[in-house]
Design a protein around this ligand. Structure first.
Ligand code: NG6
Ligand code: CA
Length: 524
């Protein structure tokens, strides 16, 4: 009797084991299409699924509500280029000396480095990027305005040399020259008789270089610069840097969202019969905020709100394309943002004045450029119709982990330097997330472990006057408990000296004794 019962139990156990193996295997053998939708400067609280307020993002909400909404999802960094580097390579950006925001600089990913698209190519994927690149182009040295890129012949190395079969990009940002699209290394619509020249050198010296500038001819601008953006004026918008030529190739700012959407849709249509990876990197809501007229006034919050509504619409349209092409059920969509929110990032555009009750940071402290949570904690959503069950996760996960996780999902165990495989979390909402994570903002680093965050001392202003954001600089170590104090109001470093010591020790283990303050600290 007992043995019959035991046999039955064993049988049930084996059958359920078989079934569970089958479900686990399902996603790793099917080679789904993978789309990473990546917004620029969209805050934790800018998505209404995260922060029900005055701004509505119904299409992103659909992904969040019918997929997994991660409440502790991070970009590696509080600025763009480092986050994008970390996402594509699974490597902490501070390992790359001097990696900061790029302005006309050269490619920061080494062409020998492994990247997500390169991994996917080994599994027969077609890979594409449409949108903002901001990882540098060409092989000069330096991240800043060396002006060495020749835009008049095929530009290489670039996205196509680090794993993308297809690229249709803007080089850096919408506020930087050259204001042209680049497809597979070639400037789109370039007239050879009107070559493009660009430089980023100091304005006093080069104020007479190229197009009229915001500094000298403010009367020619339709958008006024607040700080920084007083170089060449294109379409009434003064930019960072100076440009001449390339008149026919210049983009129309108000059409940029539609342009990238169309290119993304074209890419999907063309590649729908094989597995593909699309990195769709929207420019919104980064400055200059230039909504198409049909979105003007739709948010009641001025251009910043309007371009978020526009970006949300684009995501809805992309979704419809996947549905009408019949490939939605075979497509994993990952949605996130490259860093936290900023209101005034260099232009007078009513972002502050018309904000009303909306909270872009969703109640987190800081914003873009900050070591506080709002700098790096961003919307992070995974969606796969019919495969991912709706859910919410409070596990800690970083964009750095997408490299290992995506590898696992397509059946390769490729491990990056700093990433962790969270495929089970991403697909099944199962298992634990990160125990610890280094956070980065303009080469400064902080440390999260469990609910605790430690920010080491840094020189510099506590608040950036230009953007009005608390940067996380202080002469002391700061310690916060996010469970009890999600908005980092109470520094516990004096109250919890043992915890602080433990946090510093663990931080130093990963980061090294990179700071004199830490070197002087007694760590017995
Ligand atoms: C800064 C710009 C800012 C923005 C940022 C890049 C100034 C004063 N500020 O240097 O406007 O362009 O670079 O943002 O020029 S990011 O999201 O691409 O990192
Ligand atoms: Ca950004």
């Amino acid at each position: 009797m007992t043995s019959k019962f035991t046999k039955q139990l064993c049988l049930i156990f084996l059958v359920s084991l078989f079934l569970s193996c089958k479900t686990e295997k399902n996603y790793s053998t099917e080679n789904p299409n993978i789309i990473i939708i990546y917004t620029d400067d969209l805050g934790y609280g800018d998505v209404s699924a995260y922060n029900k307020g005055t701004l509505n993002t119904p299409n992103i909400d659909k992904l969040a509500n019918e997929g997994i909404r991660f409440n502790n999802g991070y970009a590696s960094s509080a600025t763009c280029s480092p986050s994008r580097y970390a996402l594509l390579t699974g490597t902490y950006p501070w390992r790359k000396t001097g990696l900061k925001i790029i302005t006309g600089g050269s490619l920061v990913i080494d062409t020998t480095e492994m990247t997500i698209p390169k991994i996917l190519k080994t599994k027969g994927y077609h890979t594409g990027i449409v949108g903002k690149w901001h990882l540098g182009l060409g092989s000069g040295d330096g991240f800043d305005g060396t002006g060495v890129i020749n835009y008049n012949s095929n530009i290489s190395p670039g996205p196509n040399q680090v794993g993308f079969d297809y690229s249709h990009i803007m080089a850096d940002t919408q506020d930087r020259v050259p204001t042209v699209y680049i497809e597979n290394g070639d400037v789109v619509n370039l007239d050879p008789s009107d070559p493009i020249e660009v430089n980023f050198f100091h304005q006093e010296k080069h104020n007479d270089y190229g197009l009229p500038t915001g500094l000298k001819n403010p009367e020619l601008t339709t958008m006024k610069w607040h700080h920084g953006h007083n170089g060449s004026i294109v379409n009434g918008v003064p930019r960072i840097g100076y440009m001449k030529g390339g008149e026919k190739a210049r983009w129309s700012d108000i059409d940029m969202a539609d342009h990238f959407l169309e290119k993304a849709q074209e890419y999907i249509n063309k590649n729908k019969d094989k597995p593909f990876f699309l990195f769709y990197t929207l420019q919104q809501p980064h400055v200059p905020r230039t909504p198409h007229p049909r979105f003007e006034g739709t948010s009641g919050m001025g251009p910043r709100g309007d371009v978020i509504v526009e970006a949300d619409w684009c995501i809805g349209e992309l979704y419809k394309t996947l549905e009408s092409e019949g490939i939605l059920d075979n497509t994993l969509i990952i949605f996130s943002s490259d860093n936290g929110p900023v209101l005034n990032d260099g232009y007078y555009d009513d972002a502050v004045e018309k904000l009303g009750d909306h909270t872009p940071s969703g109640g987190l402290r800081g914003g873009k450029y900050s070591l506080f949570e709002a700098g790096t904690r961003v919307p992070f959503i995974t969606y796969w119709r019919g495969k991912i069950k709706p859910g919410i996760s409070n596990e800690i996960i970083s964009q750095i982990d997408l490299f290992n996780s995506i590898s696992k999902i397509v059946g390769i165990e490729y491990k990056s330097k700093d990433g962790i495989d969270f495929s089970d979390l991403i697909i099944n909402n199962k298992g634990q997330g990160r125990e610890e994570l280094i956070l980065e903002a303009s080469t400064r680093t902080a440390y999260r472990k469990g609910d605790w965050v430690m920010i080491p001392p840094y020189r510099g202003p506590s608040i950036s006057k230009n953007v009005n954001i608390e940067l996380g600089n202080s002469i002391d170590f700061k310690l916060y408990n996010l469970k009890e104090d999600p908005s980092q109001k109470s520094d516990l470093s004096k109250k919890e000296p043992e915890k602080l010591k433990e946090m510093i020790a663990s931080f130093v283990k990963i980061r090294g004794r990179a700071f004199s303050n830490i070197e002087n600290l007694v760590l017995e």
